[in-house]
Design a protein. Structure first.
Length: 313
């Protein structure tokens, strides 16, 4: 569900969290892995909560139709309010997904749903030209059902500043992981087999192994990484280098040395981009220069061995 770049960010965030602890947590590998898993699980909670918002907003059509039909003097429009979005094929596939239901129940994802927000979101959707066109159709194809929910997400929710503010306030971790959730939602709507999406885990076995191996490599090999990094800082005082920059350098060195299936160019480019996004404006150039110099030395010493990537289950 998520890329290696996303995993690198989570490992970096984990190391940053551990570096701020004074209790030796970074040296406690079991504790470090627990922190990483918590951060990854939080992303899965956010993704599931986002999906649940889509479901509940669509299902509000049924509540709205019943309320309108029960008015003292309902109009013909009230009596015939369209509620088919609440049971369209895309929603039906989601509701039939056992892993989604289990995730919602086990982790109490329903607690993130605010009924007032759901009502307002549906009422806004109800007034849109796209919803009126959808309701006017006599028959809905699976493509129609997917398109109206994708419109709800992309044009009415995530494009709305008030929605973003609501998510920041009500969904723990959205401020850090909102961009990742948006990417996951894009992939979700573009993918196939909604009923086959596994909501019980965020990572494949291979990617989870990579995440934990990278985290533990940085912890285990920190002293050696610093032996390689410190001489390359030149006029930089290592105590004054941004914490995130230093973490990215250590992660990059570990990928050079201990992850033979990851090309060195990929490693450098990924950490340049992460530095630009999460650290200072100069971080990309700094990370690039230091990692490139370290790589040259390691290559000369024949310390870098890369092989064709083989997928592991």
């Amino acid at each position: 569900m998520i890329s290696r770049r996303n995993i690198r960010v989570k490992v970096m965030q984990t190391l940053y969290t551990l570096s701020s602890h004074d209790d030796g947590a970074q040296g406690n590998k079991i504790g470090a892995e627990r922190v990483l898993d918590e951060k990854l699980n939080q992303v899965l909670d956010l993704f599931t909560a986002t999906i649940l918002h889509i479901i509940r907003i669509a299902q509000y059509a049924d509540i709205d139709a019943r309320q309108r039909a029960s008015r003292y003097l309902p109009s013909a429009e009230d009596r015939n309010a369209d509620k088919r979005i609440s049971e369209n094929s895309f929603i039906a596939q989601l509701l039939a997904n056992a892993t989604l239901q289990q995730k919602i129940n086990d982790d109490k994802i329903e607690r993130f749903i605010d009924e007032g927000f759901v009502k307002k979101a549906f009422q806004k959707l109800q007034k849109s030209d796209e919803y009126l066109s959808y309701s006017a159709l006599k028959e809905h194809t699976p493509a129609d059902d997917r398109a109206i929910l994708q419109f709800l997400w992309e044009k009415q929710l995530i494009a709305d500043e008030a929605t973003i503010e609501h998510f920041v306030d009500e969904l723990p971790g959205w401020e850090d992981d909102g961009e990742l959730i948006i990417m996951l939602m894009q992939n979700f709507f573009r993918g196939n087999g909604v009923n086959k999406t596994d909501f019980s885990r965020l990572l494949s076995g291979e990617k989870k192994e990579y995440a934990h191996d990278l985290l533990l490599a940085v912890i285990d090999k920190e002293a050696y990484c610093m032996e390689l990094i410190t001489p390359k800082l030149k006029n930089w005082d290592k105590e004054r280098v941004a914490i995130i920059d230093m973490l990215l350098l250590k992660m990059g060195v570990c990928e050079f040395l201990y992850f033979p299936t990851i090309p060195t160019k990929v490693t450098i480019n990924e950490y340049i981009d992460i530095g630009k996004q999460y650290s200072t404006p100069q971080s990309g150039q700094f990370v690039n220069g230091v990692l490139d110099n370290i790589l040259k030395d390691l290559t000369k010493a024949d310390r870098v061995t890369k092989t064709d990537r083989q997928k592991r289950k």
